[in-house]
Design a protein around this ligand. Structure first.
Ligand SMILES: [Zn+2]
Length: 314
C-alpha cells in the first residue's frame, strides 16, 4: 500500500466541480487509487497564482468542493481529524487523508490563521508556496521567518499539526528547524546534490529534517528530478531516494509524488513513467530492482508517513 505525502488533488477536484461535475473523486480519481493501492495522502489547499482568482477565493472554493465530495463519497473517502478517524479508515479500508495548507497566502497574515485552519480540519501547514508572505520566505525570495512566522510555528507545534518546509528558502528553512518542536517534514522535495534547484534539499537539510523524526517525500515533478530533460525519468527519481536513504536512513524517506492536477491537457507536464497513480506499482517494482528490501519499501511507501499521521491526529 502507498501513502502520497503531497497531493494537489483538491485543485483538480475543484476545477471539475466548477465545470459542473459532481462525485469527482469517485469517478475520476478513485479508480487510480484502487489500481495502485494508494491508501492515503496529504491533500493540500493550494493557490495557483496564475488562475486569475484571488487566493482567498481559490481556498474557499477548494474547501467547499471538498465538503461536497466528502458528503457524496462518504463510503470510501475519509478526512482525518482524530485518532479515531484513522482507526476507522484502517478498519473500513477507506482512503484517508489529512487536509493541508500549502502555503499561507490568502489567509489572515498573522498566527491566528492557524487557529482558523485547525477549525477547518487542517492538520498540516507549509508557511509559504514559492514567494514570500507575512510568515516566511519561499524559494523565490531570500528572507527568513518573520515574527508572525515564528508565532505561527509555535501555534502549529502546540496543536501538533505537521510543519512542512518543502517550499521554504534556505534561510526560512533554517529558522523553522531551529525553533520547531516536533517532527518536521519536507513532503515533496528531492536532493539538491543530484538536481541543483532551490526546491530541492541540501544533504545537511535532509539530515536535519530526519533528526527531528520527520520524513522527506521524493517528488516526481520533472524539473526537480534532473536538470537535463532526457534524465527526468524513474532511474533518476530512484537515485534521489537511494541518496536520501544513505544520508538519513529508510525510516525518514517517503513519496510526495506531486502529480499534475492543475493541467488536464494532453501535453500536461509530468514524468512519462509516473504521471498518475496507476503507474505507482511499477515504480515500486523498479525500486526493488534497485536494491530496496520488502520491509524497507513498506517503510518508504507507507509506514513513515503513517507515523506522521499518527502524530498529527490526536
Ligand atoms: Zn508544492
Amino acid at each position: 500500500m502507498i501513502f502520497d505525502g503531497h497531493s494537489d488533488i483538491l485543485y483538480g477536484i475543484n476545477r471539475w466541480r466548477q465545470r459542473g461535475e459532481t462525485h469527482v473523486f469517485q469517478r475520476r480519481y478513485l479508480p487510480w487509487f484502487q489500481r495502485s493501492g494508494i491508501e492515503g495522502g496529504i491533500f493540500v489547499l493550494w493557490v495557483n497564482p496564475e488562475n486569475g482568482l484571488p487566493a482567498s477565493v481559490q481556498i474557499q472554493q477548494q474547501i467547499q468542493a471538498l465538503q461536497s465530495e466528502l458528503q457524496e463519497g462518504a463510503d470510501n473517502l475519509l478526512m482525518l481529524r482524530t485518532a479515531e478517524d484513522l482507526e476507522e479508515a484502517m478498519l473500513l479500508q477507506k482512503i484517508y487523508f489529512i487536509l493541508g495548507a500549502e502555503g499561507l497566502d490568502g489567509y489572515v497574515q498573522d498566527a491566528t490563521c492557524i487557529d482558523w485552519l485547525y477549525e477547518q480540519g487542517v492538520r498540516h501547514v507549509g508557511l509559504t508556496w514559492n514567494h514570500a508572505n507575512g510568515f516566511a520566505g519561499g524559494v523565490y525570495s531570500d528572507n527568513g521567518l518573520t515574527e508572525e512566522g515564528m508565532r505561527a510555528v509555535k501555534n502549529i507545534n502546540q496543536k501538533k499539526m505537521l510543519l512542512d518546509v518543502s517550499h521554504l528558502n534556505d534561510k526560512s528553512l533554517r529558522d523553522a528547524l531551529r525553533i520547531a518542536d516536533g517532527p518536521v517534514i519536507a513532503s515533496h522535495s528531492n536532493s539538491r546534490r543530484l538536481c541543483d534547484v532551490p526546491r530541492n534539499l541540501t544533504d545537511d537539510q535532509i539530515k536535519a529534517i530526519a533528526s527531528t523524526g520527520g520524513v522527506v517525500g521524493i517528488n516526481s515533478h520533472p524539473p526537480f528530478v534532473h536538470t537535463e530533460k532526457e534524465k527526468q525519468n524513474l532511474e533518476h527519481l530512484a537515485n534521489h531516494l537511494i541518496h536520501m536513504a544513505e544520508l538519513a536512513g529508510t525510516e525518514h524517506i517517503g513519496f510526495g509524488f506531486d502529480l499534475n492536477y492543475w493541467d488536464d491537457s494532453a501535453n500536461a507536464e509530468g514524468m512519462e513513467e509516473l504521471k498518475q497513480y496507476g503507474q505507482a506499482v511499477p515504480f515500486l517494482h523498479y525500486l526493488k530492482q534497485r536494491g530496496f528490501s520488502g520491509p524497507e519499501l513498506r517503510q518508504i511507501s507507507r509506514d513513515n508517513f503513517l507515523r506522521m499521521m499518527q502524530y498529527a491526529v490526536v
